[in-house]
Structures are given as C-alpha cells and as structure tokens.
Design a protein around this ligand. Structure first.
Ligand code: SAM
Length: 388
C-alpha cells in the first residue's frame, strides 16, 4: 500500500515506530517483540516490499525511494525512527565511497525527513541507525562523525553500540547501532561490553563538540547462547547434497590451515558441522578463490549473494567422510532469529538476498528492551505491548 496525503495529525499510541529501509521488516519484528509497533515502513526494492507485505499485512508500506517521501507521508509523532540504511558504500567488503556515494547516501534522504519532523514539532524522541561496522572508518571516519554530528545538531544525546548477533544466535554478525535519545537515561560513564576497541577509537576521532554530547549507552549482557549452527539445520534427508566431484571441487579451494582443521574434525570420529564461505583472497599478489571454514558452531556473517561467490555452505564430517551442501534460505532465516512462520520468497536466491541484508531479530529486541523502551519511559508489558 502506498500511502499519500497528509498523515501528520494521526493519533499514535505509545511505542510507535517509523521503519526506514525496512527490507523484510526484521527490525520491526524485533521491536514488536519488545512491545513497539510499526506505524509505517519504507523500502525502495520491489522484492523486499513483497516480502514485507507477506509478513506484515497490517503495516502500511510505502514502496519507493526515501527521497520521494515527504513529512506528510509520515503519521503522527512517532516515539522511534529506525533506519537500517544501505551499507554497500561503507562496508569493508565494498568500494567504500561512503555516505556521499549513491546507495549509502540514502541515509541523508532519511535525515531530511527527521529534520522535517522536527520543524513540525513531531520529532521522534529516539532515533536508531543500524549499519555495518565499516561505517566507523569509512571516509577516514568522516561518515561516522557526520551521522553523530547530525544527531547532535538535532538535539539528541548520541552514542553507539557494536552488537554481534553471535551473542544471541549461531551467526557471527557484528553490526553498529547508533542511537540518539532526547533524554540521556541508560548512559554509562565509561565504555562497556558493547563498545569494541574500534568503536572507542572512532569515538576518539569525533569532533570535540560531538564528544561532549556523547553517551556510552549500556545494555545488560545477554544470557549465554545455548544454540549452535547444527541445531538449526534441516534434517540431512531433507536437503540436496553435492555429489563427490562437487564436494572435492569445493574442498580443493580450502587453504592448508582450513583443510587441516577439517582433517582434524574427520579424525575425531564424531559428527562435526562446519560453516564454510567462498571468498576471493589475494595471496602473493594473486587473487584466488578460497573456501574458509569455521568449526566453532557459528555461521559466518550472511551476505547478499553476488555471482555465487558469497554463498555459504554446510560441511558435515561423519564416519570418515565429508558431505557438503549449500545453506538453505530457511536456515538463513533461522540464523537471523526468525520464527518458522516467517514467509520467505519462493526463490532461494531472493530468500538469501533478503536475509543477507537483514538485521538479526534478537539483537533489535535486546536493544529495544534494554535501552530504547526504558529511555523512552515505556513499560514493556509481557505479551501485551507497551505502556507509557
Ligand atoms: C541493509 S538493508 C535493511 C534491511 C532490513 N533492516 C531488514 O531487516 O530486512 C537496506 C534496505 O534499504 C533499501 N533501500 C536502499 N536504498 C533505498 C532508498 N533510496 N530508499 C528506500 N529504501 C532504500 C534496500 O532495498 C534494502 O532493503
């Protein structure tokens, strides 16, 4: 549903969220599990919009460019605006044109709307911006400084957390969450567990005026994770395995150290599950395809597949044999913390793209329950939403 016309006077219950760069709506799912509710979402991509609508029947979605939205499209006065803006230009894996580049520059389309809401007396009390940790260093740190500066000028106390989905789920997925709050409740005097050395270094590079406005937001540490990759895989009989030649071709790409790890897993005689990822490495000046393995019970960070090179594989060592296959779309959804009821696109590649771009649900929930709701003075009523 595209919603046009003036929505600005709409009455909004506590915990209302505007979800920008919504993709498949995983931020909204994490926020909803902490009692927030999405008033309106926006995404430019038709496939993402289909996935969003399939899973959020009652949430108005504005499908289109964030630059085409006006404040009249945004309902009422939201408590929170969430932006998971595109990361390709700030990612360590990308060309790093930064927030001035075409795709990641969409952040400023979002920020223009935040300024517009403030001009109309409808500024959200909280803003959360999710991105890759590459934002800490892209453009020599100027991108991170620009975002923190914008929040500071907008009247928000600003701070950031680096949260790795691996604390909640069997996927290593470090992400940066920059949070602006009109009130500073929840800030610690010094860095805590969600402030990595690279985040502290980025803070040190900020302009003095922004540093003076900085808050070390704190969150409780989650309970120890008790789920590993093997526990969320499909049954062996339900998936397609590579034949012997395909398996050999794949294993031939592994570097000696990774191959040795696999041999040790085989020698253990136990069933061992490895996550594997194909990537291009430069070795002695030459680019080579490598298969990287991990046997620590975690999948590597899911990415959007491009030309098959960023597909993830599952290797199972058992009874002296290695079997290999691709990770399925449903398994990637589980690695993002989604319930089985989440409707994935019909095509595997669309499902992998959707999940590779998404934010992990329990991480959003932890941020919402541990920082956003308390800072907004909202009480999360278990199973009943939120109260002021
Ligand atoms: C990193 S993904 C966020 C995914 C989302 N958090 C989720 O959990 O699925 C960035 C999203 O921004 C969308 N996007 C990119 N440029 C945009 C623009 N100019 N206007 C609106 N959406 C845009 C992409 O289609 C993509 O879904």
């Amino acid at each position: 549903m595209a919603i046009r016309g003036d929505n600005s006077a709409a009455k909004v219950a506590p915990g209302g969220v505007l979800e920008f760069f919504a993709g498949g709506g995983l931020a909204g799912i994490g926020l909803a599990s902490a009692g927030f509710h999405t008033l309106m979402a926006n995404d430019i991509d038709a496939a993402k919009a289909r996935a969003f609508r399939a899973n959020h029947h009652d949430t108005p979605l504005h499908e289109g460019d964030v630059w085409d939205l006006t404040t009249a499209d945004l309902p009422g006065t939201p408590d929170l605006c969430w932006a998971s803006s595109p990361c390709q230009d700030v990612s360590l894996a990308g060309a790093r044109g930064g927030l001035e580049a075409r795709r990641s520059g969409a952040f400023w389309g979002f920020w223009r709307l935040m300024k517009g809401l403030a001009d109309e007396g409808r500024a959200p009390r909280a803003i959360a911006i999710e991105n890759v940790v590459g934002l800490l260093t892209s453009a020599g740190g100027r991108d991170f400084a620009a975002v923190c500066q914008a929040l500071t000028e907008g009247g928000y106390r600003v701070g950031a957390l680096e949260m790795d989905a691996g604390l909640w789920l069997p996927q290593s997925r470090p992400r940066l969450f920059i949070v602006g709050l009109k009130d500073a409740a929840g800030a610690e005097a010094a860095p805590g567990i969600f402030h990595s050395p690279r985040l502290i270094a980025a803070h040190d590079r900020l302009p003095e005026a922004v540093k003076a406005n900085w808050a070390w937001w704190s969150l409780p540490a989650p309970p120890r994770r008790n789920l590993d990759l093997a526990a969320l895989l499909e049954p062996d009989a339900a998936v397609d395995w590579f034949d012997a030649n395909q398996t050999q071709d794949l294993l031939a790409l592994s570097a000696p150290l990774h191959r040795a790890r696999l041999e040790a897993a085989l020698a253990s005689g136990e069933r061992r599950v490895a996550a594997a990822f194909r990537r291009v490495r430069t070795e002695t000046g030459v680019k080579v395809q490598r298969l990287e393995l991990r046997l620590d019970g975690l999948a590597g960070c899911l990415r959007t597949p491009s030309g098959g090179s960023s597909r993830q594989y599952v290797l199972v060592c058992e009874a002296g044999q290695v079997r290999a296959r691709r990770l399925t779309g449903r398994e990637t959804a589980r690695l993002m913390g989604l319930a089985e009821a989440y409707r994935l696109p019909g095509s595997e590649s669309a499902a992998l793209k959707l999940m590779g771009d998404a934010v992990a649900v329990p991480v959003v929930r932890a941020l919402a329950e541990g920082l956003l709701a308390p800072a907004l003075g909202l009480r999360v009523l278990k199973g009943e939403g939120i109260a002021a």
